[in-house]
Design a protein around this ligand. Structure first.
Ligand SMILES: Cc1cc2nc3c(=O)[nH]c(=O)nc-3n(C[C@H](O)[C@H](O)[C@H](O)COP(=O)(O)OP(=O)(O)OC[C@H]3O[C@@H](n4cnc5c(N)ncnc54)[C@H](O)[C@@H]3O)c2cc1C
Length: 468
């Protein structure tokens, strides 16, 4: 496909060299390659913590490329115009990228592809961010899956393409196009608590992702099926921040976990199942593009959720008086992460006990999470609220006190985040913005709502709505 000049690779959420089909194809035969990241309006819109984490990921990729005599070219601007400019400056006549699947990204990429092809540029996109293309996995009736278990079976039976090695050689172009400076982009500027707070809890880059996966599969995966539910334990892989930016490819994770399974790692099947939840989220968002903005279940869009309120603000600040929920919200703010069990409890409390619109919670998670993923976040919120595909039924109202007894039996998670003098509580207090300080320095003792009353209120309101 070479047309003279370098091949241009537009990197987006695939910040890695291994198992990167676009980079692989562009570099075939040792041709010169120009790797470009565009901070376009679509990317500018992401939440503060995710933007900060993106900056870290770009720095790591840039260093990895430089170690191989390459560079990461950074440009800010609208995608099509920026790509046109770099194509012209470098003399490249071909462009490669890895496909993304949110509605806005699909619309942008389609428009770019059509415009550049019409101008004679060879444009090629590649699968690599998912285990299978969303349109290739279909039910017997030929439609998208709406239920997880048959989807899991279809993915497991369908086989996953083996990951590609990193290109053996990455040729340099005759002249490098100019690059903007990552520091000038100030991607961490929106993080009120400062990127340094989040940096303590992030591991960044392709090497870190590979090391993390190897360590998890060598040890913790054995107990994963049970340990994954206990927020005080390091029982999960921590790979989500890497998967969100493509610092590791999901096919790499799949095949490594499959190997561990074949070698007898007891928890590996459960781990593969969780990876397929990520896949299910992407599948749903591809087929139901409104997943992040509209209730998926018919009728739920009319439900009179409470909007943003003082109660929702108390939830954001970890001031509900429900220790498990408050610990979870403090973990989110102080680390940019939240354990999956805690996410479910915190989301259930907001949507059920406080009857607050799931989109209020979705937006706060999107602002605070370093592993933010549009589809997983939307699916998670709709699942907990009860309005999503294969969601928990509306009458499933997590009781945070009972859940705490089961999943934080010795109270260590709550103590860590709530008790004065504990490392978690101190980290949270060091991070909170001045406006939060009033009343935020000690955990709230009087609950916002009595749990039994909140549950009864939720059942009455949601039950009446679903009976309509
Ligand atoms: C309300 C809510 C919001 C969420 N928002 C996000 C989000 O923005 N980004 C995100 O990556 N995950 C999200 N999740 C899913 C889940 O909480 C995280 O993927 C998980 O906690 C990440 O930790 P880990 O990498 O150690 O997971 P592990 O337990 O080690 O799982 C391995 C991988 O499987 C995938 N996975 C596991 N559980 C889920 C799940 N329930 N849904 C989708 N994928 C899953 C992730 O890619 C994860 O990295 C959300 C869940 C809920 C309930």
């Amino acid at each position: 496909m070479s047309r003279g000049g370098p091949a241009l690779v537009w990197l987006r959420r695939d910040l890695r060299l291994a198992d990167n089909p676009a980079l692989h194809a562009a570099a075939l035969g040792g041709r010169p390659v120009v790797c470009l990241f565009v901070l376009d309006p679509e990317t500018e819109r992401i939440g503060a913590a995710a933007r900060w984490r993106l900056g870290q990921g770009l720095a790591a990729l840039s260093a990895a490329l430089e170690a191989r005599g390459q560079r990461l070219i950074l440009r800010r601007g609208e995608a099509l115009a920026t790509l046109r400019a770099v194509l012209a400056e470098t003399g490249a006549r071909e462009l490669h990228w890895g496909r993304l699947y949110t509605p806005a990204e699909i619309a942008r990429d389609r428009a770019v592809k059509a415009a550049l092809r019409a101008e004679g540029v060879v444009v090629q996109s590649y699968a690599g961010a998912l285990l299978a293309e969303p349109w290739q996995v279909a039910t017997g009736a030929g439609g998208p899956y709406r239920v997880y278990t048959p989807f899991w079976r279809a993915i497991a039976a369908g086989g996953v393409a083996p990951p590609l090695a990193a290109p053996s050689a990455l040729g340099a172009p005759a002249a490098w196009p100019a690059s903007e400076s990552l520091a000038d982009w100030r991607l961490g500027a929106g993080v009120a608590r400062g990127g340094a707070v989040l940096a303590r809890h992030a591991r960044v880059g392709e090497q870190a992702a590979a090391a993390r996966m190897a360590a998890f599969l060598a040890a913790a995966v054995a107990d994963y099926a049970t340990a994954r539910d206990f927020p005080a334990q390091a029982g999960t892989s921590g790979l989500s921040e890497h998967l969100a930016l493509g610092e590791i490819g999901v096919r790499q994770v799949w095949h490594a976990a499959l190997r561990a399974l074949h070698e007898g790692a007891a928890g590996a099947e459960q781990f593969l199942r969780e990876l397929v939840w990520r896949e299910f989220a992407a599948h749903l968002m591809y087929h139901f593009p409104d997943l992040a903005s509209r209730a998926w279940r018919p009728g739920w869009e009319a439900f009179a959720w409470r909007g943003d309120s003082a109660d929702a603000e108390a939830w954001r600040r970890g001031q509900t008086g429900e220790p498990m929920v408050d610990a979870a919200m403090r973990e989110l703010y102080a680390t940019g992460r939240m354990h999956n069990r805690a996410r479910m409890l915190a989301a259930s409390y907001l949507t059920k006990h406080l009857l607050t619109d799931w989109r209020v919670g979705l937006a706060w998670f999107a602002e605070c999470l370093t592993d933010w993923d549009a589809a997983s976040n939307a699916m998670g919120w709709q699942w907990v609220a009860g309005c999503g595909p294969d969601a928990a039924p509306y009458f499933r109202v997590f009781n945070p006190a009972t859940q705490a007894g089961r999943f934080d039996p010795d109270g260590s998670y709550r103590r860590f985040w709530l008790d004065p003098g504990q490392a978690g509580a101190e980290a949270f207090l060091a991070a909170v913005p001045p406006g939060w300080r009033i009343g935020a320095t000690t955990p709230r003792l009087d609950p916002l709502i009595d749990l039994a009353q909140g549950r009864a209120r939720a059942l009455a309101a949601l039950g009446a709505m679903t009976a309509r």
